[in-house]
Design a protein around this ligand. Structure first.
Ligand SMILES: O=c1ccn([C@@H]2O[C@H](COP(=O)(O)O)[C@@H](O)[C@H]2O)c(=O)[nH]1
Length: 223
């Protein structure tokens, strides 16, 4: 099974379905985020699930524990393979998120967004060391009982060393010479996998390609 989850960041359900159907033999799952969910809601997720690939629901919950727990309970019928919360929501929120999720759903905690760098950490009053930030939040996530974390390919090795059986989601991956866009901590798919990623999230390098099927196939061939 391919470790690639294609991020279908579009409000257009028909476009999302069309891309998913084109790339389905070269990806292991479909990631749906806020842009898709705000436009298409639960009905849209059900339609995407009908394509037959695992669904990663990337809504990055971050609120008080009661609110996050209830929100995840409300999503239980969607039975996603993976869902995200922010590690910075704290231990109680992570515990309630895991308790509310369906048994088979992997709950993963976003540590430091891949669109941020050291200077962004400093600007929000945190120690400007991405490794330190990721490893600290990975330890919180592990001890709170969630299944894994989201981090960049630059930190996944350190996080993996500290949490051998964790589930590591790595976005911000780009083929060699790929356009980073708003991503700041970027590695190639091969490097992320070698460093310990469990799954790779790839969006625009596939969805914005003239031929998404070919783009997914070329990325898969590097793995
Ligand atoms: O730290 C994070 C957490 C989540 N994401 C999501 O992954 C994809 C990446 O899309 P690209 O087009 O490949 O940049 C997107 O849906 C983000 O919401 C992330 O990039 N970084």
């Amino acid at each position: 099974m391919s470790p690639i989850y294609v991020a279908l960041d579009t409000p257009d359900l028909e476009r999302a379905k069309a891309i998913a159907k084109r790339v389905r033999h070269h990806v292991g799952g479909i990631k749906l985020g806020l842009e898709f969910f705000m436009a298409n809601g639960r009905a849209g997720v059900h339609e995407m699930a009908d394509i037959g690939l695992p669904i990663f629901l990337d809504l990055k919950f971050h609120d008080i524990p009661n609110t996050v727990g209830k929100a995840i309970q409300a999503l239980r019928p969607l039975n996603p393979a993976v869902l995200t919360v922010h590690a910075a929501g704290g231990r109680a929120m992570l515990e309630d998120a895991k308790a509310a999720a369906p048994t088979g759903t992997k709950v993963v905690a976003v540590t430091m967004l891949t669109s941020l760098d050291a200077s962004d950490l400093r600007s929000i009053g945190l120690s400007p060391d991405p490794h330190e930030q990721v490893v600290r939040l990975a330890e919180l996530a592990r001890s709170a009982g969630v299944d894994g974390i989201v981090c960049s390919g630059e930190e996944v090795k350190a996080a993996h060393n500290a949490w051998k059986d964790g589930f590591f989601v790595v976005p911000g991956v780009r083929p060699a010479n790929g356009h980073a866009g708003d991503q700041k901590r970027v590695v190639t798919p091969r490097a992320a996998l070698d460093a310990g990623a469990s799954i790779l999230v790839v969006g625009r390098p596939i969805t914005q390609a003239t031929d998404p099927d070919m783009a997914a196939r070329e990325i898969e061939a590097t793995l």
